[in-house]
Design a protein around this ligand. Structure first.
Ligand code: HEM
Length: 632
């Protein structure tokens, strides 16, 4: 008996090995035909199984002599585009393949190829089966392809309107005041004595702020900071959603539920919900609790909103992201054949996707932009000069105008700063696509045939830092490159390496902030700035995020300057004895540490600082800076 089992096992292994060998040979033949450079390997970290194997096996194999020379080992590091930007591209060129027995993988940092991939939406599909995990509440625009995606897009797309952008602007300003109010309440004694507002980890507060903005502008349920009273809601709160304590049968507040679910989402990747529900581990139980609380809240929210619509309050500003979906749901329940419809589960699915796709991404952009300002005092001063020039002195946020001020702020150093920050530190490292059949593409005037089912990764960092499009200093944080007429270092190409004239403003900026009379930001070469992706599947929340970041950064830097906290490198007494040069040396130490910490960032869902990493900063009232004046 044992003999038969052993023989069967050996037979199965031999068969699998032979099959793998045969497939590899086939794939090598296809790869050779493309004419693109390729590297061989047993697998690529696509899919959770391979990802886990790569995470465990990669570091082990990299320690073994001779084996550690294998290029493949470095290419499969899922952080490689961030941790070693453009190293592979410098060796193989902007486009290369990894060939394995199970698939051909293509990675590209070419704007020309990227544009073809994103614009040929039926030739290169989104591998939506890999996004299934976020179908926790129902299918959504993110997790659908083809006709189904079109149906979602038709309904969800109009949610991102100018009306909702205006709400985002106003809410972001209010929330920035709320966040600063929290910092001030935590350290009253420091401010006013020139001590400033010390913030240990800006990422945490930026995440809360961003969640508050989506809750209010997206779902009409404004939120409070812990130090604020309910009077701050000015009657706009929604019972059961806006309070600081859980009400009724709920064990978590709406905000706690969302926060907890977004933080613990990875558990739903690893285990089925049914297991998390009965798991003896606390962290699993709280992940499940967050899910079921959110499920209940989303249902209740729909009811509240439907009631508002029924009562003729559909124009209430809070209807924006949800309104079009609820209307489509009403159509679906009345079985009208005319308009596209959405089921209740699909509305919940899309609500969750807005939170999932829009919350951490925007928060990270705000967080890293603030840190870049602390690292680059001269740029910070330029930013503040622009803000002052646009807003004048002492303008309360109630007088900031979305139509007048927003476009001017966006098209100034403010928009330039967040765009530059997102160019160098994008939220997502790779944008995945799959070739739906053999596809002919053109790169530098040559045609290549990409085999069917090739898995494509558009390398966001590799593209955004490609010297071909970004001039001689693509690694340098230089927001001025986005401003027109500044020797901006954005190279316009026609795809054959021929430099064309510089062009300003892509369609989006023009359409979005059209009342601008202050010029527009430089539009990079098509396909060379892909932090929001491009084409039909580009981020629909782009303007939402841009408006939010613009408002937050403008308000913060209108009132405050940010400096790195140097208390780990010199005490107050030591600082008092130092001359300018000595103080600058201390600041440089803090800068080196901060750059190190930022460099260690990693992509879990989005690119963010590692758990336990943070860069403490101090916000000081304008005119009370300690270190910025040392950099003239
Ligand atoms: C700085 C902030 C943001 C960045 C960098 C960003 C980036 C992206 C990228 C790269 C994609 C394409 C992903 C892919 O193809 O795999 C995407 C898709 C998406 N984003 Fe954003 N996003 C941001 C903010 C937002 C916001 C605020 C929302 C909503 C409120 C949002 C909603 C979505 C949705 C629904 C999709 C899926 C679109 C589709 O598949 O058709 N994003 N985003």
């Amino acid at each position: 008996m044992v003999g038969i089992v052993t023989l069967t096992c050996i037979g199965a292994v031999l068969f699998a090995t032979f099959n793998a060998y045969r497939n590899l040979r086939n794939n090598i033949a296809k790869a050779k035909k493309t004419g693109l450079p390729y590297v061989l390997g047993p697998f690529v970290p696509i899919g959770y199984g391979y990802l886990i194997i790569a995470e465990i096996l990669g570091p082990l194999l990299r320690k073994i002599p001779i084996i550690n020379q294998w290029e493949w080992l470095y290419l499969i590091d899922r952080q490689v585009s961030w941790s070693a930007p453009r190293v592979a591209e410098n060796k193989y060129g902007d486009t290369y393949l990894i060939v394995t027995p199970s698939l051909i993988y293509l990675k590209t940092s070419s704007a020309e190829l990227g544009s073809q991939v994103t614009s040929r939406k039926t030739d290169f599909l989104k591998p939506v089966e890999r996004y299934k995990i976020v179908n926790l509440f129902g299918k959504s625009i993110l997790t659908q392809e083809g006709q189904e995606w079109k149906r979602h897009k038709k309904i969800v797309g109009p949610s991102f309107s100018e009306k909702s952008n205006r709400m985002v602007f106003e809410e972001s300003l209010r929330q920035t005041e709320g966040m600063v109010g929290l910092w001030a309440s935590q350290q009253k004694e420091l401010e006013g004595k020139g001590g400033g507002l010390k913030v240990e980890d800006t990422a945490v507060d930026a995440a809360t702020l961003s969640l508050h903005v989506i809750c209010a502008a997206g779902f009409g349920v404004p939120q409070l900071w812990p130090n604020e009273g309910e009077e701050k809601l000015m009657g706009n709160g929604v019972q059961g959603f806006s309070e600081l304590d859980a009400k009724g049968m709920h064990t978590l507040t709406f905000k706690e539920g969302l926060n907890q679910l977004l933080k613990k989402l990875m558990w739903f990747v690893i285990f089925p919900q049914s297991f998390l529900k009965i798991s003896p581990f606390k962290t699993h139980q709280s992940a499940y609790e967050a899910f079921s609380e959110c499920f209940a809240y989303f249902h209740e929210l729909l009811e509240v909103k439907k009631k508002q619509m029924y009562l003729g309050e559909s124009d209430k500003s809070s209807m924006d992201l949800l309104g079009p979906m609820i209307k489509a749901n009403e159509v679906s329940t009345t079985k009208s054949q005319q308009a596209p419809t959405l089921t209740t589960a699909e509305i919940l699915g899309n609500c969750f996707i807005f939170l999932f796709a829009g919350h951490e991404t925007t928060a990270n952009n705000i967080h890293y932009s603030i840190l870049e300002m602390a690292l680059n005092p001269k740029i910070q001063r330029h930013l503040q000069e622009d803000i002052d020039g646009i807003l004048g002195k002492d303008k309360p946020i109630s007088e900031w105008s979305y139509l007048e001020d927003m476009p001017r702020l966006y098209n100034s150093m403010v928009g330039a700063t967040m765009s530059e920050s997102l160019r160098l530190i994008p939220a997502i490292l790779n944008i995945p696509k799959v070739a739906s059949g053999d596809q002919i593409v053109t790169i530098d005037g040559r045609q290549f045939s990409i085999p069917a089912d090739t898995f494509v990764h558009l390398n966001v960092v590799g593209t955004n830092r490609n010297p071909r499009y970004w001039g001689e200093d693509p690694e340098v944080f230089r927001p001025e490159r986005w401003l027109p007429k500044s020797g901006n270092g954005v190279v316009k190409e026609n795809g054959n390496g021929v430099v064309k004239e510089k062009v300003v403003a892509d369609g989006l900026e023009k359409a979005s902030f059209e009342s601008s009379n202050s010029g527009t930001l430089v539009a990079p070469t098509k396909g060379s700035y892909i932090s929001f992706s491009e084409g039909a599947r580009a981020c629909p929340g782009r303007r939402f995020a841009q408006v939010e970041s613009t408002a937050v950064l403008s308000k913060l830097f209108y009132d405050y300057s940010v400096e790195l906290d140097v208390s780990n490198f010199a005490s107050e007494e030591q600082l008092a004895k130092l001359d300018s040069r000595g103080k600058r040396e201390v600041y440089e130490k803090a800068r080196r540490r901060a750059e190190n910490v930022i460099g260690r960032s990693e992509q879990i869902i989005t690119l963010q600082m590692r758990a336990g990493d943070y860069v403490p900063v101090v916000f000081r009232r304008r005119g009370e800076e300690r270190f910025l004046g040392l950099y003239t």
